[in-house]
Design a protein around this ligand. Structure first.
Ligand SMILES: [Cu+2]
Length: 469
């Protein structure tokens, strides 16, 4: 049996704490994590060797090798998760965090998982995507009785297929997933597999979503679709760490979707292929290059690419409202509406009245808005050239020629070579040539509208410059 101290050392600054030692003498001590930092890869101290993954704003759970069986101890419990600097949510998770720690094993490993329930209600864990005996599948009521509060259950099976998996409750699922109970699982191949390439950096994270009213800290659990916080591993940009790689690295990113909608995940500057799903490695004939891949509810995808372009490359969900943080969506579009006169009248009655989004929503980032405590401003990511005007499911892939192998630290902002950055044109502007048959139609209309209507768009210089915000 390897010394647990060694496992902690390899996990870097892992804040470890043992609970209930006497009560659980025969079980591995549960290891807890209190921070939302991206932990360095956990190099295996026992068992078969493998190339560990890096969990975005997360960590891998150390195990105990007991007569050749890898033993893990998961504790389902209420947690406080810092979703972004200064914004803490009261969630449910495992071992101190939401999502729970990543489980990493090797194909063929016999795995024993102790699951202790410290929630106020029963739970279970379903090992999504695994081949296992039916009674280990974790569907409460169908394959096992639920794990009651205070009880510990044991799951045991052989990790038969290499690949990308996840775990989550299969008991009061809508509540427990809305509260953040989920985790990643990676089964590394036992030997060289023609469909699984070796990579230099292997990242993983789960897509999740919450509905937390501004000013409060606990998610609304009855929300079906209208979530207001779109997160990666229960973090929202700018709270999501960047993915830092060395130029020329072969990079794998494993993503699982436990939200209630699909997410078209988009990478700038590179093309990737999908090398695996939760069903296993994809046949080579099915791989084509793309820059966006849609990940449906309950699906997992592995994307792979060579990071051969230096820079700070945006990496985000392409649904634009998923790169926003807490917002009210019942706000009418005010672009082009000049309501200065109206605003003045309302201000006489309501002194704090403020008109929103008259010139688009970018104004929001410039306004010193009064927001409730424990609420994250809508768009706050600050890049080297100003606000990125993004939140939620957004981060940056940082590719650097001098990023040392094995170094996952943030290298800071990219400094582009002179003459390779978009710049302001200061010469004269010619009138744009208009297409002659502009405003045409496929066939004549039956009747013209009685009165022509026109959508007015205000342009810079057409009055808006006097507008103070
Ligand atoms: Cu999305």
């Amino acid at each position: 049996m390897p010394s647990r101290r060694n496992l902690f050392m390899t996990a870097g600054t892992l804040a470890a704490a043992a609970v209930g030692k006497s009560a659980l003498a025969a079980l591995p001590d549960p290891v807890l994590q209190t921070k939302a930092d991206t932990m360095p890869p956990l190099v295996p101290g026992s068992g078969r060797p493998y190339n560990p993954v890096v969990t975005l704003n997360g960590w891998t759970l150390p195990w105990r090798l007991n007569n050749g069986v890898k033993e893990f101890h998961l504790v389902a419990e209420p947690v406080v998760r810092e979703m972004a600097p200064g914004f803490k949510a009261h969630l449910w998770g495992y071992n101190g965090q939401s999502p729970g720690p990543t489980i990493e094993v090797v194909e063929g490993d016999r795995v024993r998982l102790f699951v202790t329930n410290k929630l106020p209600e029963h739970t279970s864990i379903h090992w999504h995507g695994q081949r296992l005996p039916n009674g280990m599948d974790g569907v409460s009521g169908l394959t096992q009785p639920p794990i009651q509060p205070g009880k510990t259950f044991v799951y045991e099976f052989i990790a038969r297929r290499p690949g990308t998996f996840m775990y989550h409750p299969h008991a009061d699922e809508m509540t427990q997933m809305a509260m953040g109970m989920m985790g990643f699982w990676v089964t590394h191949p036992r030997q060289k597999n023609p469909l699984i390439d070796e990579v230099d950096r292997d990242f993983c994270f789960l897509l999740n979503a919450y509905d937390i009213e501004p000013g409060s800290a606990t998610p609304k659990i009855m929300t079906m679709l209208d979530f207001n916080l779109w997160s990666w591993n229960s973090r929202i940009f700018p709270g999501i760490d960047s993915l830092n790689v060395r130029r020329g690295n072969k990079v794998r990113i494993r993503i699982g979707n436990l939200t209630m909608t699909s997410h078209p995940i988009h990478l700038h500057g590179h093309e990737f292929v999908i090398t695996g799903t939760d069903g296993g490695p994809t046949p080579k004939s099915t791989r084509w290059y793309e820059v966006t891949t849609d990940i449906a509810v309950g699906q997992m995808r592995q994307l792979e690419f060579i990071a051969d372009e230096e820079g700070d490359w945006a990496f985000h969900c392409h649904k634009s409202h998923h790169t926003m943080n807490a917002m009210g969506h019942d706000v009418p579009t005010m672009i082009g509406v000049d309501h200065r006169g109206l605003a003045r009248k309302i201000t006489q009655l309501v002194p704090d009245y403020m008109v929103m989004s008259e010139r688009g929503m970018a104004d929001m980032t410039e306004m010193e808005m009064q927001i409730p405590d424990n609420t994250t401003p809508m768009m706050t990511g600050q890049g080297p050239y100003g606000s990125v005007e993004m939140g939620g499911m957004f981060t940056v892939l940082k590719v650097r020629r001098d990023q040392a192998p094995g170094d996952y630290r943030d290298p800071g902002w990219y400094k582009p070579p002179a003459g390779t950055t978009a710049f302001e044109w200061t010469g004269t502007l010619a009138e744009p040539a208009r297409f002659k048959s502009e405003g045409g139609a496929s066939m004549p209309p039956v009747a013209r509208p009685r009165i022509d209507t026109e959508v007015k768009v205000r342009k810079p210089g057409a009055g808006s410059s006097q507008h103070k915000h």
